[in-house]
Design a protein around this ligand. Sequence first.
Ligand code: GLU
Length: 507
Amino acid sequence: MAERKVRVRFAPSPTGPLHIGGVRTALYNYLFARQHKGDLVFRIEDTDSNRFVPGAEEYIIESFRWLGIEFDEGVSFGGNYGPYRQSERRDIYKRYVKELLDSGKAYVAFDTPAELEAKRKEIANFQYDASTRMGMRNSLVLPKEEVERLLAEGVQYVVRFKVESDEDVHVNDLIRGDVVINSSILDDKVLYKSADELPTYHLANIVDDHLMEITHVIRGEEWLPSAPLHVLLYRAFGWEDTMPQFAHLPLLLKPEGNGKLSKRDGDRLGFPVFPLEWHDPKTGEISSGYREAGYLPEAVVNFLALLGWNPGNDQELMSMDELVQLFNLNHCSKAGAKFDYKKGIWFNHEYILKKPDAEVAELFKPVLLEHGIDVSAYSDEYLARVVGLVKGRVNFVKELWEQARFFFVAPETYAEKDVKKRWSEDTPRIMFELMDVLRGIDDFSSKHSEEIVIGWITEKGYHLGNVMNAFRLAVVGECKGPHMFDITELIGKEETLARIDKAVRTI
Ligand code: GLU
């Protein structure tokens, strides 16, 4: 068989905001597609109209735009295999349902919900399968004329897949190897419902993967139980030669304890489980998102990439391009990946460090505006240098304000414990002397003013720590912050003198 071009898909159901686990699935598909110079398809699986949530599709598209995960074709992207929204493909599915009916691989069933309920009461662990189907109301049991009459009368029905019993079904999974299950545990799944003229997930998923020439199905572990049925469906259609390779990704687990990561874990421990903030259209509830919480998209991508995969060494910081190079489905783990949200915060810190100061400064501007700072009064260079001096101390851009406020406003108050420790009776006199020294400095650059001031302190025999801490207290308002003379260079001579003067008069 000729090599097929790699084609993968991300196929969410628009039932609400995209969970962070879904983002990871999409990311792995993206990395795999790029690495193999293949295509990534964006398909919307909206055949369950009861669970449709308005706005979900737009939310998903916006999430990937923010993260830099690009699709080659699909809903909103176009392409030659459309339409890519399953609700627009009804006629296609009907053809394939008919094909299965004609070949005897599927049958029509008329059992009403009440009849099914009665069976469940009558038979413990009732399952609609080879052992029970002959006792039900379906086209395998009823006379042909009766079936035709019911259909002609417009009685509602479903189409069920006829699963042969006691056969070992092999799912060849790139991560899990050969997964074998016996067909007897499968039920005759509903493939189509006359009531809404729509197929179920299983049929639509298989038909579309086939028609869209998907070569690899990379999806979450929660879909592994469906895979044997999917294998049987490929076979029923005679498509086994082009059946995609499966890869079921490990679950995302709670940060602590056992079990699947849930929204409640995020609420309890204070981290988002959604890429973007989500406003529930029904309840009005707002759920936090990584974007609004101040994460950089690059950091989120890097963090997620390592939840279930690693490059085979301990390298952690990887750009999207590096991930594309290094990603390998065979190195994905079978075991669930603990959602270490603190690691996500660490990644954000690292990406703020890596990002050029000027770019971080752009992100800082809205924060400054929020704090009432007239950003236009400062040059981009000033802002970038401020950022450069303090960004090592923050995990989020918004935290820059706490670290850098004194670059924009003179202190209003002075930290009490620092005053107690660093401001003595003698301090005002020394501060006046310091002001004289500073006044005499023409080149107010960090290096030069440091030389002069330290020279003066040494010459006078003053205590270096005491003088410098009082100086800092006057300019910053507390005894912390970056290098003192970097601060004074940036705020300038006038402002420095004014702040010392004010401190001497206030403290
Ligand atoms: N519509 C399914 C979902 O919501 C797709 C599962 C699959 O990838 O086969 O995730």
